[in-house]
Design a binder for this molecule. Structure first.
Ligand code: PEP
Length: 254
């Protein structure tokens, strides 16, 4: 039985004051979410403060991005994986569709970032997913395979033993339009099957999260899918009550 995981991606939202209030509410409510792992990914500038406030709460800290470099150096504005680990991050989101589309991260850069995360003991949360045009063209599985295989070629399947994959159809992120449970289950089964061709144990153990407009009122139906092990939550993670309701839905999913 895989343990569910719910990860909040705050994207570029928050302030010191807002974060304090939100983190206090999440930390207090997390103790009622038995059997589910919870993590939050604030903007990098707030990682240390949020991490300090989370201490002892059981809620883990994650970053939203990292540099693909594996040594310190002249990379202005970038963050080395070692630095994220140093300030207490356990997870790091890699290959979010906003990074791919807005900041030009292609499959090979995403693969380098995944490898860098693993090298520094961070658990990469690898985001993959198709655009609406790709879904309409019937190429969803080909896109997922391409994005996944780029990382597998770089790191080998063993690196997925300590990783998480988030299936995030691009058309459902921040749009209020979440994928139907059958579409999600089908994509997740495909991803798990592709890993299983290389390593059945890792495929069976890895947490596969769904991300895309998950809210308290649709979380249970999504998390009830056999191959969905939790969620990567954007907008709803900015409201502690909604985020905790989603975490409770993950905890009680069948
Ligand atoms: C995300 O940021 O990864 C995400 C899934 O956002 P939202 O939940 O707002 O669609």
């Amino acid at each position: 039985m895989r343990r569910p995981l719910v990860v909040g991606n705050w994207k570029m939202h928050g302030s010191s004051a807002e974060n304090r209030e939100r983190v206090a509410a999440i930390a207090a409510g997390a103790s009622e979410c038995h059997g589910v792992d919870i993590a939050i990914c604030p903007p990098a500038v707030y990682l240390q403060a949020v991490g300090a406030q989370l201490a002892g709460s059981g809620v883990a800290l994650g970053a939203q991005n990292l540099c693909e470099q594996t040594r310190a150096g002249a990379f202005t504005g970038e963050l080395l994986g070692a630095m994220l680990a140093d300030v207490g991050c356990r997870y790091v989101i890699v290959g979010h569709s906003e990074r791919r589309t807005l900041y030009g991260e292609d499959d090979s850069r995403v693969a380098e970032k995944f490898a860098a995360a693993a090298q520094f003991g961070l658990q990469p949360v690898l985001c993959i997913g198709e655009t609406l045009a790709e879904r309409d063209a019937g190429t969803t599985e080909a896109v997922l395979a391409r994005q996944l295989d780029a990382v597998l070629r770089r790191t080998g399947v063993a690196a997925f033993g300590d990783a998480v994959i988030a299936y995030e159809p691009v058309w459902s992120i921040g749009t209020g339009r979440n994928a139907a449970p059958e579409q999600v289950q089908s994509a997740h089964a495909f991803i798990r099957g592709r890993l299983a061709r290389l390593d059945a144990t890792i495929a069976n153990q890895i947490a596969l999260l769904y991300g895309g407009s998950v809210k308290p009122n649709n979380a249970a139906a999504l998390f009830d899918c056999a191959d969905v092990d939790g969620g990567l939550i954007g907008g709803a993670s900015l409201h502690a009550g909604d985020f905790l309701a989603i975490a409770r839905a993950a905890a009680t999913a069948s």
